[in-house]
Design a protein around this ligand. Sequence first.
Ligand SMILES: Cc1cc2nc3c(=O)[nH]c(=O)nc-3n(C[C@H](O)[C@H](O)[C@H](O)COP(=O)(O)OP(=O)(O)OC[C@H]3O[C@@H](n4cnc5c(N)ncnc54)[C@H](O)[C@@H]3O)c2cc1C
Length: 430
Amino acid sequence: MPESAEVIVVGSGPGGATVARELARAGRRVLIVERGADHRGRWYHGTHLGALRYTERGGLLFTREGLQIVRPLMVGGATALYCASAALPPPWLKEQYDIDLEADASAAAEELGVAPLDEELRGEASTRIARAAQTVGQRWEPQPKFFRPERADRFRCGAHCMLGCRCGAKWSAAEYVDQAVEAGARLVTGTRIERVLVEGGRAKGVIGRRGRARFEARAEVVVLAAGGLGSPPILRRSGLEEAGRGLAMDTTVMVYGVAAGPGIGREPPMTWSWEDPRGRFMLSTLIDPWLLFPLMAFLAHPRHLLRWPRWGRMLGVMIKVRDQVSGSIGDDASITKPLTETDRKVLEEAGGLARSILLAAGAAPDTLFTTPLRGTHPSATVRIGEILDRNLATPISGLFVCDAGIFPEALGRPTVLTLIAFARRLARHL
Ligand SMILES: Cc1cc2nc3c(=O)[nH]c(=O)nc-3n(C[C@H](O)[C@H](O)[C@H](O)COP(=O)(O)OP(=O)(O)OC[C@H]3O[C@@H](n4cnc5c(N)ncnc54)[C@H](O)[C@@H]3O)c2cc1C
């Protein structure tokens, strides 16, 4: 029997989970359809094996140019593995697009207790890197986080946030999914939506697959929140051909070096950061988890594999470039994301700064190396102003999008708080 609801939300990342929770609390009959499973509480959750299991292709998803994409598919979406960094929506959203998210972002930040970690929890090695940055004229700030250390044992879990939180300190969108369900929403997992059911120019529901079985659910309002990579194929199969033409990724590299004392691997991720005053890139403390490190080191150059045994003494600076929209998602799900000349120049400049900082923090010069490109913020694929209006409505009546694809440009900063704010605003509109 087909399911039915007033509102169907496809995807349970921060965009989908927030809109579902707000609408369920407002008394709407909401159905959340999620492709992945709920892995929380399973023995492998928060382990390296778990991370391989719930990321697409075990983390080995690459663009045609070789950029690695980390794409978690599970209840809570990418927040299951994110670093829990929070940043306010960029001012240009208001200045250039007349979208004011300030009140929604502040309300969400207050509700979730967003704040930097106390000084003693930021990590000694991470703090050493932040101090060293002053030698290149940068004043790094403690990064606001979606962490509640009081809910856990002060990160004695080993701070494996990027494998899935085991200690409970990290907020993830799965908590909003739970709250949506408490408020009456229904959650269907393991179900992959393929297209929107459109009748007479109006959205009437969704069609997909649940294992081998066909899945169909009907509703007058459909919110696609399947992520910057997930929503475009659904939109294209539903008649919106322009979705997924062009994307941003906040393209990232890590610069590593080995120092004498303990490294940052067992410290919470991204506790300090710095934003380029011209808004072109950000820098932060970060290192790959122990088992992912050798893959990235190998891809940089096989000789860097020799650094793996010294992971415990490794310092790392992450560079996130606010990249230009380029490339596309193909009909065969292949992804191209070439760097533009401007992106390349910014990356080079940021790389020079990162290396100077690591040297000033005590890294040995002959141990420095830079990982290949990767993307953890697939976005700007269903852009406001091009495919969507300011209320996130598509040209198909009753069909909305609320995930990182809606950004009109790369954010170049943590996305989640901005997405939650967008989703609260959409729920009010609906
Ligand atoms: C390792 C890592 C670290 C990060 N660190 C940070 C950080 O510190 N701070 C920050 O702000 N951001 C961070 N991010 C980015 C952030 O997590 C994402 O930008 C954000 O979660 C995107 O939200 P979304 O709602 O667009 O989609 P997602 O979170 O990707 O959720 C989409 C959901 O839709 C589901 N889905 C996909 N296709 C379908 C389909 N066809 N049918 C049904 N369901 C489907 C997926 O399984 C997924 O659950 C990080 C990301 C990664 C991978």
